[in-house]
Design a protein around this ligand. Structure first.
Ligand SMILES: [Cu+2]
Length: 137
């Protein structure tokens, strides 16, 4: 009788030991797949900048931003209609003439590098010189 009981409790102890070893292992495995899905804009750093366009420049013409930031550019004109184009990003917006409001462009600074922008609306003799750059570092 005592021998059989001993055997049973030994088996039970062994089973418990195995279970204790398996539980943390399987819990660790369950946590792994949920990591890649947090791609919302919540928690993204946002940087706002006001840029003024006038014949024939943008002020500021150089904007620095940290990689991973959402850059919100509010554009106004100090004279006529201009344009704001970032050729590498398929961004192109009309900047309304002075007194007609502003336009907002959101630039997602995903990659490091220099991203040139330029006026996309013929505005006079110096139109082609009207450009600037966003530097993502
Ligand atoms: Cu122009």
């Amino acid at each position: 009788m005592q021998f059989r009981l001993n055997m049973k409790s030994k088996t039970l102890a062994l089973a418990l030991t195995i279970l204790c070893m398996l539980v943390p292992f399987s819990m660790g495995q369950q946590e792994a797949p949920s990591k890649s899905s947090d791609k919302t804009d919540k928690g993204r750093k946002v940087q706002k900048v006001n840029v003024v366009a006038e014949r024939f420049n943008f002020t500021p013409s150089q904007i620095k931003v940290q990689q991973g930031t959402l850059l919100e550019i509010t554009l106004t004109s100090d004279d006529t209609f201009h344009g704001f184009r970032i050729p590498s990003m398929q961004i192109n917006q009309v900047i309304p003439a002075r007194g007609r409001g502003s336009v907002k462009v959101v630039f997602d600074a995903k990659q490091k590098g220099s991203f040139a922008f330029e006026c996309s609306r013929p505005c006079g003799a110096g139109h082609t010189m009207m450009r600037g750059v966003i530097i993502v570092e």
